[in-house]
Design a protein around this ligand. Structure first.
Ligand code: ATP
Length: 207
């Protein structure tokens, strides 16, 4: 399976790394870490695209199974997952494709642009996220019924929801940005290279 993990990574943190490494280890595949350059579902990121990509590279450097991917930077358009997967599918007509997400993203799947197409193009691979234990909305649960697998790669090219067992630490980029603004200690929430980059470039310090 070709497995991609998309994120704004503003900044990338230990929760992202734990999630991606757990999926790589369980499914025995590398993970393409796709920077969502122009995210569509949220406020503009605080750090620039080159800064976020440099932090992504620093975070992945010690982990050969995690491969930074600049596809959505090069596309120079709003970063819709469905468009990225369409391009990937054109390049790989028969391969199994996977899109890795945390449980919060699964809960809001019905708000994604052209979401049913996402499942025609790829599998969703999902890890739990602390604090997002609510059941799926009823309509979504109905539409995902019969698609579930646990801890294994599907043979089909797309259409399953693969639950990967694991507990990434409870942390968010928002919490880190707020912590940095308030000069609170956040080093333990960040990969070492990312913390150094933030300090050197004086990111997230406010006006
Ligand atoms: P922000 O606080 O800025 O919204 P974030 O921490 O949620 O950022 P994103 O880059 O928006 O991070 O998330 C990318 C993906 O990573 C999403 O699918 C999200 O579910 C997942 N994710 C992020 N943090 C965690 C975590 N601690 N545990 C599990 N999944 C996570």
């Amino acid at each position: 399976m070709i497995l991609c993990f998309g994120g704004t990574f503003d900044p990338i943190h230990v929760g992202h790394l734990a999630l991606a490494r757990q999926a790589a280890a369980t499914l025995k595949v590398p993970v393409r870490m796709v920077l969502s350059a122009w995210p569509t579902h949220r406020d503009s990121p605080s750090a620039s695209i080159p800064e976020r990509f440099a932090m992504l590279q620093a975070a992945c450097a010690p982990h050969p199974e995690l491969v930074p991917d600049d596809f959505e930077i090069r596309r120079e358009a709003p970063s819709y997952t469905v468009d990225t997967l369409t391009a990937l599918r054109q390049a790989q007509p028969k391969a199994a494709l996977g899109w890795l997400i945390g449980q919060d993203s699964l809960l809001s799947l019905e708000t994604w642009d052209r979401w049913p197409q996402v499942l025609e193009l790829a599998h969703l691979v999902v890890l739990q996220r602390a604090g997002y234990d609510a059941p799926l909305p009823e309509s979504l649960a109905r539409q995902l019924a019969g698609r579930w697998l646990t801890d294994r790669c599907p043979e089909a090219p797309a259409g399953h929801v693969v639950r990967v067992t694991g507990q990434p630490p409870a942390v968010s980029s928002t919490q880190i940005r707020k912590g940095l603004m308030a000069r609170d200690p956040v080093a333990h929430l960040l990969p070492t290279g990312v913390f150094s980059y933030i300090r050197t470039h004086r990111l997230y310090r406010g006006p």
